[in-house]
Write a protein that binds this ligand. Structure first.
Ligand code: MG
Length: 305
């Protein structure tokens, strides 16, 4: 990191103290994605997709270890209501659980066909698992294994583990990527990263975040609430005030619930995702290309509050 590319916090008064320093905790990955804070371990686990491995940063001693070096190209992850890790696997084209040293499938088919390459996942308060299914893991060699889009599109799905029922819930986002609920779960936000220049339609597509009203389990009234000027949105989180924290090319952009930009955590690397964590849940861990960053804030994740 050269001097002219040091992290800079712009705006965000009230959310981050003005004298806060962004820490680079570790570097050495190729494409860092899918972070989750695991309270029992006091650690952040994340994917280094192109190296096909999973890394883990331990906050107590600052160490980072390789958690798995044959990870079948995992991407986004979250915790279920019991605190167990749920992750997306591009390689296995499924959503799975990693618990007690065992990886088990949660959902791998819909209507008799495989998913594309599940990318990111959230768990609602009722335990339902909502995930996005763009095609990056089957269309980009370093992101997984080459494959066909078996249902010929890219949807957001909701899977109910109790009934085993999987439903497509959003069909009109070109390349659905990060997703998160508003604090009261009345709105689902979904990033469309189809304008990234990679994927199935290079050079075209969108760079925005869509919002949907959740009405009786269905996603209604889809509208674009945030458009990224430079880069595309990827992973995103919503804090307890409803602010949307999204990764993008230049770091993390933070927007209020109406889509007004509040400020930026500007990083020297293209940024894929973030999560809240730390002892009181107010540290933001950011996965940005080769590195894991941390910035201490006054916000906390609505999903775990
Ligand atoms: Mg993603």
């Amino acid at each position: 990191m050269s001097d002219n590319t040091l992290p800079v916090i712009e705006g965000l008064a009230g959310l981050i103290d003005p004298d806060t320093v962004v820490e680079r905790l570790w570097t050495g990955a190729i494409w860092s994605e899918g972070p989750v804070w695991i309270p029992d371990l006091r650690a952040v686990r994340w994917s280094d997709i192109h190296n096909n491995r999973i890394l883990q940063f331990h906050a107590d001693d600052g160490s980072t270890v390789v958690y798995s070096d044959n990870a079948e190209f995992t991407n986004g992850r979250t915790l279920d209501r019991q605190g167990r890790v749920i992750q997306c696997s591009h390689g296995r084209r499924r959503v799975e659980r990693d618990h007690d040293d065992e990886i088990t499938a949660i959902v791998e088919t819909w209507n008799g066909v495989q998913f594309n390459s599940p990318n990111d996942v959230v768990v609602a308060r009722d335990g339902a698992i909502w995930f996005t299914d763009p095609a990056y893991g089957i269309s980009i060699a370093v992101e997984g294994h080459p494959g066909e889009r078996e249902y010929r599109d890219q949807y957001v799905f909701c899977h109910d583990e109790t009934t085993g029922i999987t439903r497509p819930v959003i069909l009109d986002v070109e390349a659905p990527n990060g997703l998160a609920f508003s604090p009261d779960e009345s709105i689902l936000y979904v990033a469309d990263s189809s304008g990234s220049g990679s994927g199935i339609h290079p050079g075209v597509g969108n760079r925005h975040i869509r919002a949907y009203d959740l009405i009786d389990g269905r996603c209604k009234n889809g509208r674009t609430v945030i458009t990224i000027e430079d880069g595309v949105p990827d992973g995103l989180r919503v804090d307890t005030d409803g602010n949307i924290w999204t990764s993008t090319k230049y770091g993390v952009g933070v927007y209020d619930p109406t889509g007004r930009e509040l400020g930026v955590i500007r990083l020297p690397e293209t940024t894929a995702n973030l999560c809240f964590g730390g002892p009181d849940g107010t540290d933001v861990y950011i996965t940005a290309s080769s590195s894991l960053y941390r910035v201490r804030t006054r916000a906390r994740d609505a999903a775990t509050a």
